[in-house]
Write a protein that binds this ligand. Structure first.
Ligand code: A2P
Length: 318
């Protein structure tokens, strides 16, 4: 299954994509995992300038083409993201060009603003910010115009955003000639994002889920999805794994899953969610799972801060 993006001028986006955010980056490990993913049937890959995985992803695709696992790059849907130190109107296009060089590609299928945050431009490898002083006001209109230019030039087939709340989306939609095709956010049974999903559905912005399995213990508090007793019980009843139940639930919400696994068996498992369904009772139980956001870059994106990535309405989910 795939989704046609409203303002994209490229191919449809497969509803499950492989995520490549993993730290530290071991080039060969990422490359081999992507090759395994191509072999088991993944055609949608997600990376970002921040992750440092654009190069190994590009190497894997080049290798897959050499080995004949793919006939052409056209068969793939590839997403990358603009880092916060480059959310300056004049840095968007050069950043995308650097990303394309890393990927050894002529275009990305989707280019996203990684966070609704602007950091002072900095040389060297990108850093995840944790000091409010590093941030400067984000020129949403200027940056979005530059994103539109990337699409016009054919370097990005579709453009969108990531980690945007309804408040941030309001600002983009107010000035956009090409509205964002996608908002990629943390979303899973333990962070369901109901308000944001309804808002995006009303406005034709497709939602993609990162950390669909609860992430990689980013906050050191364990995994609210993979360790969920509610999901485990449903998994037993359906003869599926907890991961599959979580991905299936996300899929049933019309949301694309960006799921990271570097293990061939789990990669395969993560694609096997399309020929079965949850029951109404399963869905009801999942709707009562306690909610908790994991990814909150401390300081910059705190719940009180100016750059909050948490929609206040989300805090009231029952
Ligand atoms: P691994 O690469 O060893 O498979 P998220 O996509 O939410 O960030 O979560 C990814 C984490 O869950 C990864 O650390 C990944 O580890 C693990 N994972 C991915 N797929 C599965 C699966 N089918 N079953 C169990 N764990 C999985």
């Amino acid at each position: 299954p795939e989704v046609t993006l409203r303002s994209g001028n490229g191919k449809p986006m497969p509803m499950v994509g492989m995520g490549t955010a993993s730290f530290p980056v071991v080039h060969e490990a990422v490359r081999d995992a992507v090759l395994a993913a191509i072999e088991v049937g993944f055609r949608h890959f997600d990376t970002a300038f921040l992750y440092g995985t654009e190069k190994p992803l590009g190497d894997a695709v080049a290798e897959a083409l050499r080995r004949g696992l793919l006939r052409s790059r056209e068969e793939l849907f590839v997403t990358s993201k603009l880092w916060c130190s480059q959310t300056h109107a004049d840095l968007v296009l050069p950043s995308l060009r650097e990303t394309l060089e890393n990927l050894q590609m002529e275009y990305v299928d989707l280019y996203l603003i990684h966070w609704p945050v602007c950091l002072r431009p900095a040389g060297g490898p990108p850093k995840f910010p944790n000091r409010k002083e590093d941030a400067v006001p984000l020129d949403v209109a200027g940056v979005w115009r530059a994103m539109e230019e990337c699409q016009r030039l054919g370097l990005a087939r579709a453009i969108g955003v990531s980690n945007f709340t309804t408040r941030h989306l309001d600002k983009v939609l107010a000035i956009a000639a090409v509205p964002p095709a996608v908002n990629q956010v943390e979303l899973n049974p333990a962070w369901q994002q109901r308000t944001l999903r309804a808002y995006c559905a009303d406005r034709g912005v497709h939602v993609a889920a990162y950390s669909p399995l609860g992430g990689q213990n980013w906050d050191g508090r364990g995994n609210a999805v993979l360790d969920s007793e509610v999901l485990a019980e449903i998994a037993r009843a359906r003869g599926k794994t907890v991961a599959q139940v979580a991905l299936r639930w996300i899929h049933e919400q019309g949301v694309t899953c960006i799921v990271k696994s570097y293990n061939r068996e789990r990669l395969k498992q993560n694609l096997e969610i399309f020929d079965w369904e949850l029951t109404d009772d399963d869905r009801l139980k999942i709707s009562h799972i306690p909610q908790r956001k994991v990814v909150e870059a401390s300081g910059l994106f705190s719940q009180e801060g100016e750059f909050t990535s948490v929609d206040p309405a989300e805090l009231n989910i029952v």
